[in-house]
Design a protein around this ligand. Structure first.
Ligand code: UDP
Length: 483
């Protein structure tokens, strides 16, 4: 088959591993399952070794072509204290001319354009080329519902959302508590709020929406997005579930020693602790977490980052770029005292490989959606530690809807969660009956995710319908696996 007769999907990923990973994985599925040609445009970031290796694995022969676009200079367009959300939104708006010219110099013209949440400003390029356009949502359906409903809330609600007493109703969905709203809604005078509302207006303006969730995980919200009057009228576009999409297992690389250690630990006895690609803790919180772990007397693998002044998203644009001596930030003697109980990793770890290891039985996570999906697809329950973006809603979904997480009553409102409370959460998860229940439940969800991607499953069908819509009769093969 000549390459020009194949459909050619162009995908655009905004910066950050949390966007890059699910976009590349979607691209790989379009190639493997539906015989598409796929070109992925990524915006250059201060690239880490981790990022390069993930890009490389998506470029293996016969998979995606990945092209880096230079990072636009936006220094004149944002304030010095701009939030990550604003930086991403502005950067992805400014990328449009570079993307347009890069697309026009591709050897074979694209037949469809897929952008992530931050890329909606580029959908106009699809109009210019008269091709199909899609938004790929790499967060869950509940957060998507809030985003598309935000322009309505903007009109209905006066004053700050967080000051309200009652929850916000989204038609057909579980209401959102004021304390759970996404970061861009915390302050309506902050530029990121305008960016968020604007995104909510742009998302519906496309041929379809792909989302990294699955029917059995969020049936009510998905039904609302499709059928409930008001929300459906806003959305119009078809919603295709394509989750769970998670990175497949790769080589453990530089973490070999860690995996040798994991091999020697009892089954489901190790707690993995990581706060995504952006998460950082204050020094005080880092010390409390260390004490909490030590007092819990449980085994752990902890990805430690240099503390920042405040707990938040301090390493979003710079993961992997400092190699400080970790012990400087940990309680004196911590590494020696916990020598046989735990392993501390600097900056970045092979997360999917760790979560899939039989010795791992819990994940203290910031609840980024990719981390959440990876935890579920590996049957690991969560200690929810939401930090930024939409993670508070994710934590609520995990604890209250899905029943696979424990969460501190003090998170995220408390400046610091104390060691005693951390110890208790770890023991509830790793030692007590409660943890066993969560583990059983998450394993059911893992199975439902596997069913979604089996031949004839809902996500398998979702991607097939999309492929058909792009006028393709592909070779339908078994689900993607690199093994
Ligand atoms: N990740 C990793 N090693 C780390 C931290 C993160 O491999 O030490 C990966 C993780 O597996 C996930 C992604 O980076 O695929 C983070 O995405 P997520 O949506 O969880 O959070 P974000 O970084 O966007 O806040």
């Amino acid at each position: 088959e000549s390459s020009s007769s194949k459909p050619h999907a162009v995908l655009l990923s905004s910066p950050g591993m949390g966007h890059l990973i699910p976009v590349l994985e979607l691209g790989k599925r379009l190639v493997i399952l539906h015989n598409f040609d796929v070109t992925v445009f990524v915006v250059a970031s201060q690239t880490s070794a981790a990022e390069s290796s993930i890009i490389e694995s998506a470029m293996r022969p016969k998979l995606c072509q990945v092209i880096e676009l230079p990072r636009p200079d936006i220094s004149g367009l944002i304030g010095p204290d701009a939030e990550v959300f604003t930086i991403l939104a502005v950067m992805m708006r400014e990328i449009k001319p570079a993307l347009r010219s890069a697309i026009s110099s591709l050897k074979s013209p694209p037949t469809m354009l897929v952008v992530d949440l931050f890329g909606t400003e580029s959908l106009i390029i699809a109009d210019e080329l008269q091709i199909q356009k899609y938004v790929y949502i790499t967060i869950n359906a509940w957060c998507l519902a809030l985003a598309v409903y935000a322009p309505t809330l903007d009109k209905l609600v006066q004053g700050e959302y967080i000051d309200k007493n009652g929850s916000f109703n989204i038609p057909g969905c579980v209401p959102v508590r004021p304390s759970d709203v996404v970061d861009p809604m915390l302050d309506r005078t902050n530029p990121q709020y305008l960016e968020y509302v604007r995104m909510g207006l742009k998302i519906p303006m496309n041929s379809g929406i792909l989302i990294n969730t699955w029917e059995d995980l969020e049936p009510t919200t998905l039904a609302a997005l499709r059928h409930v009057k008001h929300l459906g009228r806003i959305l119009k576009a078809s919603v295709y579930t394509v989750g769970p999409i998670a990175r497949p297992l790769g080589p453990v690389g530089s973490n070999k020693e860690l995996f040798d250690w994991l091999d020697k630990q009892p089954q489901e006895s190790v707690l993995y602790i990581s706060l995504g690609s952006g998460g950082t803790l204050s020094l005080e919180q880092t010390i409390e977490l260390a004490w909490g772990l030590e007092l819990s007397q449980q085994r752990f693998v902890w990805v430690v980052r240099r503390p920042t002044e405040k707990t938040g998203d301090g390493s979003y644009f710079k993961v992997g770029n400092d190699d400080d001596e970790l012990s400087r930030f940990l309680p004196e003697g911590f590494l020696t005292r916990t020598h046989n109980k735990g392993v501390v990793v600097s900056q970045w770890a092979a997360q999917v490989e760790i979560l899939s290891h039989p010795s791992v039985g819990g994940f203290l996570s910031h609840c980024g959606w990719n981390s959440t999906v990876e935890s579920i697809t590996n049957g690991v329950p969560i200690i929810a530690w939401p930090l930024y973006a939409e993670q508070k809603m994710n934590a609520t979904l995990l604890k209250e809807e899905l029943g696979i997480a424990v969460r501190s009553m003090n998170l995220p409102s408390a400046a610091t969660v104390g060691r005693e409370e951390i110890k208790m959460m770890v023991r509830r998860m790793m030692v007590e009956e409660e943890g066993r229940g969560l583990r059983a439940r998450v394993k059911e969800l893992k199975l439902s995710g596997e069913r979604a991607w089996k031949n004839g499953g809902s996500s398998y069908n979702g991607l097939s319908m999309l492929a058909k819509e792009c006028q393709v009769i592909g070779h339908y093969q078994c689900p993607v696996s690199e093994a």
